[in-house]
Design a protein around this ligand. Structure first.
Ligand SMILES: CC(C)(COP(=O)(O)OP(=O)(O)OC[C@H]1O[C@@H](n2cnc3c(N)ncnc32)[C@H](O)[C@@H]1OP(=O)(O)O)[C@@H](O)C(=O)NCCC(=O)NCCS
Length: 239
């Protein structure tokens, strides 16, 4: 098992392409993300990495240096390329192949990402997508992010994984990813018919999807939880 840069050869592998199925379709329609995601590999290659095992890509990690604290995931992706003097690293994604989840691979990926910041004297900030929030779409993210188990650890596994490595919760990023489209597009992305205007529970979505049939618009505004991994001597603290 080894961690390698996401070069064109890695990106061409079927196992790399297949990682994408770990995401619900609804997250693929943020305009800022779609305009900028591909730039990560060409313009910030040292912050994109993949875990390879037995010749297969098992996981991908993405991050971008930023200057100051972004408000949202999409803002980091939108403005990070303009940061002349970055002072921290912003996590963008860690994606583990669905057939290899629950093996502890996410920890290897997160530790590597922490190292990319630490070795430059930067803290790592992460707009975390809580991995079980989609099962609780009616619960406000502010409350969900604070749920703890009887053993005192955070309820959500992915928030817990960050906290276990030393991260602290900074707050909520509202509208961190925003997918917008027509009603027929949303019906396709959600795999549901959406016969009237209103709010809908959609599999994989962390919050309700809003549909306005009169305007033929749908919108999905995904919140994230900001977490910070600080290191001795790292910048930050001015969020
Ligand atoms: C979130 C994700 C990266 C976790 O990766 P992973 O390698 O499966 O996670 P690990 O095996 O390291 O487990 C981490 C914790 O999550 C728990 N966990 C993992 N999958 C779980 C599931 N389906 N249900 C409940 N707990 C789960 C593990 O038990 C572990 O918790 P614990 O050690 O405190 O008990 C992975 O599920 C994923 O890629 N999801 C889709 C993309 C995504 O949402 N990424 C995160 C946002 S960027």
């Amino acid at each position: 098992m080894k961690i390698v840069p996401v070069d064109p050869e890695i990106r061409a592998r079927p196992s790399f392409q297949a990682l994408r199925r770990a995401w619900p379709e609804i997250v693929f329609h943020d305009a800022i993300s779609n305009a900028n995601w591909g730039r990560l590999y060409g313009e910030r290659p040292e912050f994109q990495f993949a875990l390879v095992e037995d010749g297969e890509v098992r996981a991908e990690g993405n991050s971008i240096p930023v200057a100051g604290m972004p408000d949202t995931w999409r803002e980091a992706l939108g403005t990070g390329f303009d940061a002349a003097k970055p002072d921290r690293l912003c996590a963008l994604a860690i994606l583990v192949d669905p057939d290899h989840q629950r093996r502890g691979l996410s920890r290897l990926m997160l530790e590597h990402m922490r190292g990319l910041g630490r070795e430059r004297g930067w803290e790592l900030v992460a707009p975390v997508r809580p991995s079980l929030k989609h099962l609780y779409p009616l619960t406000p993210i502010e409350r969900y992010a604070e749920w703890r188990r009887e053993d005192g650890l955070l309820f959500d596994p992915w928030l817990r994984a960050h906290e276990r490595l030393g991260a602290e919760i900074l707050g909520i990023a509202q509208d961190s990813l925003v997918s917008e489209g027509s009603v027929p597009q949303f019906e396709q992305w959600c795999g549901l018919e959406l016969p009237e205007s209103g709010s809908y529970v959609v599999p994989g979505a962390l919050v309700l999807v809003e549909i306005d049939r009169e305007r033929d618009r749908g919108v999905y505004r995904e919140p994230n939880v900001w977490m910070r991994h600080a290191f001795p001597g790292s910048a930050g603290g001015d969020n």
